[in-house]
Design a protein around this ligand. Sequence first.
Ligand code: NAD
Length: 438
Amino acid sequence: MSQASGPSAAAAPGAHLLPSYLQADKLGPWGIYLQQVDRVIPYLGNLARWAETLKRPKRILIVDVPIHMDDGTVAHFEGYRVQHNVSRGPGKGGVRFHQDVTLSEVMALSAWMSVKNAAVNVPYGGAKGGIRVDPKKLSLGELERITRRYTSEIGIIIGPNKDIPAPDVNTNEQIMAWMMDTYSMNTGSTATGVVTGKPVDLGGSLGRREATGRGVFTVGAEAAKHIGLDIAGSRVAIQGFGNVGGVAGKLFAEAGARVVAVQDHGGTIYREAGLDVPALLKHVQETGSVSGFAQAEVITNDQFWDVDCDILIPAALEQQITAANAGRIKARMIIEGANGPTTPEADDILQERNVLVLPDVIANAGGVTVSYFEWVQDFSSFFWDEDEINARLVKIMKGAFAGIWQVAQDNKVSLRTAAFIVACTRILRTRELRGLYP
Ligand code: NAD
């Protein structure tokens, strides 16, 4: 091989050339994740030399998902599975069905899974998947066919020891059951551990459905002690009232908080005295949305950001709290049930205004923690009772939060940067220990 020479030869060929799919979308979710990583690099010491690892997903699979529609036509959908990092263990992360899913979004969500799994120290890397589809427009049969074809297409990179999907926005236990069955039929043996968030009858775990909301509540209650906020009597506003927001709302209400405002895709409702959360959950189950709930007044989606509250829980989609509304938020504490709901500019505004942000990578890690329990139970075919699961979940969440709180205090940084310091250090330490092969 010839000796490299000249100014441009100092770096390895291509070292600074970003793949095309990483160049675009600086303001999108992936761009936001990169900004979050840049903020943490100064705290990584010698491990910072491996930081480029964090900025490049390990593996990206884009698949065509053709299915027979009920009207006899064939429709094609775009599906993704991204494995951001697998240094610490198999990829792990949900599957999202949504009309706005993009590669940038799935890349960012997969990276946040790497960080989250390392932040709570479960032995996984980070992955995420999605299909660009509005599942509300599919019949049940079409939903099953799109799920099964997608699972077959990504079947070449998933598996109980490779990458383990789970539910996310618009996916649920039934979809996990179809994914598990499809993978099992293709591989010729029942592989319960290929997905988590399954029905309990199929090797799912007790407590999994409520786990993310329970984690949101647990971390919120811990943080409230630090800022002298009493959960009983506090006012809570929630954006997104699905798996995460609905369960979190229920637990806060049970602890004596008043859930004063809820927003979902159908609109925003408000009641100063506090909404009747069990009745609202029933209404959403029956109608699909909070809109039309009789015992509340309707406010505009924009007014939601002005609501007088102590705790705000974004539990819907990314980039909801931005420079445009961060200055209006009245809450003392924001608990990120959703992934990536706050932009870096909004983070800065909130920090300046002394609003405590509990970042997604710790606040919503309860789901993946119980997913880890589910996977362990599937491997051992030995199942724990719900009390044991909840107790273990609370122990992990409290321990992880306490560690991150301390790192934030020691370094005088936000909880997000602290969580990234803890997580990225763990990820890059394994990267260094494993070395490069070949
Ligand atoms: P879900 O599908 O059960 O609920 C989503 C909720 O968001 C619904 O109430 C929906 O109406 C609402 N929503 C959708 N678009 C909206 C919009 N434009 N404005 C306001 N509300 C809107 O999904 P989920 O599982 O509860 O996930 C919610 C968030 O939590 C996502 O960011 C997801 O990645 C994150 N999360 C989920 C889990 C989990 O275990 N399910 C774990 C960690 C993080």
